[in-house]
Design a protein around this ligand. Structure first.
Ligand SMILES: Nc1nc2c(ncn2[C@@H]2O[C@H](COP(=O)(O)OP(=O)(O)OP(=O)(O)O)[C@@H](O)[C@H]2O)c(=O)[nH]1
Ligand SMILES: [Mg+2]
Length: 345
């Protein structure tokens, strides 16, 4: 089961490409496209709420295992640059750089563009990503793209088997009420294996629940492994008590204020004590105020690009996380909005 996020330059053909990879399903600030044939199951996620909302971009990336960065013949625009920074801050492992609208370019220009992109992505997580060229108009490269996606998907699946035995965690992206069934949620199994009748807790709200039944791509199953996209009918909880970003787990930390060990992006806008930033972890987010900045035990007034700091952040609402979760900080007033990644101290 492969989950892929389509991001990149504005008007690069992302939505058209997503539409060629599956059937349009649910639409919020992300749009899902589903494909299932034989043992090949693919969910393609278009971050339709981006660039207006960075949350849409992070949601699409967090629900996926593979990112597809689309660059048209016009090249990299500020949005694609912001996408690259977000991938780097997330430490995103798997992806493909897709040169789109090949019918509007020619081989030499595409080759030059590729060399440019290789230079720009040097030293980032995208450094060794595979390149591929497509056109959704002439269908050039489309079959090969699907093969690349599925073979990467197989590699990701194999990796995820090592997560099956960890404690189960499921991130929720939709929650609604179905007459006669009750609370139904959609989400992705981050790690572990879930079973019908498992008792779990929805964080950060700390509501106990039981899994009544599990579906994967509309088929009833008894259990679902790490990496699966699932629909769950839940017992003992109402849909109003669970929302996007909630995590079903046995244990998560719940906090409003947090101290993070952060590394600022080389391209971050500097910030100071007292500034407001936006904190993201998984699909959760919260505005936070910078209470203190310190570096090697010494207080600092400002945090600067490319440097490491210990940041004390005062939150405004409860968020939940697990020890190894990677946080991302953004400054929503910035031109390039992503600032840093960090781990809880
Ligand atoms: N010639 C050509 N045009 C394309 C191709 N793919 C998409 N387009 C056209 O490019 C325009 C933008 O396509 P979209 O799929 O909306 O691109 P997008 O990246 O989703 O755009 P935004 O979400 O607005 O950033 C549309 O007019 C498409 O018909 C292609 O492969 N070749
Ligand atoms: Mg679009």
């Amino acid at each position: 089961m492969t989950k892929i996020a389509i991001i990149g330059s504005e008007k690069s053909g992302k939505t058209t490409l997503a539409g060629k990879l599956g059937k349009k399903g649910s639409v919020t600030d992300i749009t899902m496209y589903d494909y299932a044939k034989n043992d090949k199951v693919l969910t393609t996620i278009d971050a339709t709420g981006y660039p207006a909302s960075v949350k849409s971009l992070l949601t699409a990336l967090n629900l996926s295992d593979i990112a597809m960065l689309c660059i048209p013949p016009q090249g990299l625009d500020p949005l694609a640059a912001e996408c690259i920074i977000s991938l780097d801050l997330l430490g995103y492992r798997h992806g493909i750089i897709v040169q789109t609208k090949a019918d509007l370019s020619y081989p030499l220009a595409l080759e030059e563009m590729k060399e440019k992109l290789r230079k720009i992505t040097k030293g980032t997580v995208l450094e060794n990503w595979q390149y591929h060229t497509v056109s959704t108009t002439t269908f050039e490269g489309m079959e090969e793209l699907k093969e690349i996606i599925f073979s990467m998907g197989d590699r990701v699946d194999a990796e995820q088997r090592s997560l099956d035995s960890l404690p189960a965690r499921v991130v929720i992206d939709q929650s609604f009420n179905v007459t006669g069934i009750g609370c139904v949620v959609l989400g992705a199994v981050l790690q572990g294996t879930i079973h019908a009748k498992d008792k779990m807790v929805a964080y950060p709200g700390k509501k106990d629940l039981e899994i009544r039944s599990i579906q994967m791509h509309d088929v009833d199953v008894k259990s679902a492994p790490a990496g699966a996209r699932v629909g769950l009918a839940l017992k003992n909880i109402q849909s109003k008590d669970i929302e996007r970003g909630f995590v079903l787990s046995a244990h998560e930390n719940v906090v409003e204020d947090i101290t993070l060990e952060c590394t600022l992006s080389q391209l971050a806008k500097e910030f100071a004590v007292g500034d407001m930033l936006h904190l993201f972890v998984g699909l959760q987010s919260a505005p936070v105020k910078v209470k203190s900045i310190s570096s090697e035990g010494k207080d600092a007034e400002k945090a600067k690009a490319g440097k490491k700091y210990l940041l004390e952040l005062a939150g405004t609402k409860e968020i939940s996380y697990s020890k190894d979760d990677r946080f991302v900080l953004a400054n929503l007033d910035g031109k390039q909005r992503f600032v840093a990644f960090g781990y809880s101290h």
